[in-house]
Write a protein that binds this ligand. Structure first.
Ligand code: ADE
Length: 237
């Protein structure tokens, strides 16, 4: 079973995530476990304080070492695994950019993850050093916190775990082979005069395959030409 222990100040943000659709089913089938822990529970401060102003000045607050390290230690003990098999990830706009290949790597690499969701101006740098944490970003923009980012990461990984989606679902989806997915059609055949391409009704499997492949290339050229060039192949390594 793949396990994610999420450390957050906003546990409520995960209640819909773990109770909806494919993720809910994956949890019920015990393919994945998503455990959400409130960092504030580890604050020894009488007001449950978790952050302080940054040394050196500047705006905002920084999540301090103490409640966070205690929360991480607790998460490690909960995972009941060899420490070196546990990967700790911090969702951060300065991290490695998430893409399909990184999701695949995470889905196959280890099965014990701790994900830290930061808020405010981030977390004390010493936590990142102390626990050898990997930072992951979901895009070149800044969110108010890491919660949504962690859900994006977990969602993109969980759907890749064996048994989560029906067989064949992953074969031709966007980003496999560096291509975006071809267009899909369903009933009715005629929508306001727009008809489904005839080849899809031909029953000719080879021709349908060829058509879909050509369309995947056309769509990728149109929306993401960068996926077709060497830069992207370099990123994959
Ligand atoms: N936290 C804030 N912004 C983020 C981003 N772009 N990716 C991951 N975590 C974040």
């Amino acid at each position: 079973m793949t396990k994610f222990v999420v450390l957050t100040l906003f546990t409520n943000m995960f209640s819909e995530f773990v109770n909806t659709s494919i993720i809910k089913r994956a949890i019920e089938k015990e393919i994945v476990l998503v455990d959400v822990i409130d960092i504030r529970d580890f604050s020894n401060d009488k007001h449950k304080k978790v952050d302080f102003p940054p040394y050196g000045g500047g705006s905002g607050m920084v999540m301090s070492c103490e409640p966070l390290s205690l929360a991480i230690d607790f998460a490690i003990s909960k995972l009941e695994s060899d420490k070196k098999d546990i990967k700790i990830i911090y969702m951060s706009p300065r991290g490695k950019l998430l893409n399909y290949n990184l999701s695949k790597k995470i889905a196959s690499y280890s099965s014990n993850y701790i994900i830290i969701c930061g808020h405010y101006e981030g977390i004390d740098e010493r936590i990142i050093e102390e626990y050898n944490i990997e930072e992951i970003s979901i895009g070149d923009y800044v969110l108010t916190g890491g919660e949504l980012a962690s859900e994006v990461l977990m969602d993109s990984v969980i759907r890749l775990l064996p048994g989560v989606l029906s067989e064949g679902s992953l074969d031709m989806e966007s980003h496999t082979n560096n291509l975006l997915e071809y267009p899909q059609y369903t009933k009715p055949y005629d929508f306001r005069g727009r008809k489904v391409p005839d080849v899809l009704l031909s029953g000719h499997h080879k021709k349908i395959c060829e058509y879909r492949n050509e369309e995947a290339i056309r769509i990728t050229k149109k929306y993401r030409p960068d996926l077709l060039n060497n830069n992207y192949k370099e990123n994959k390594k």
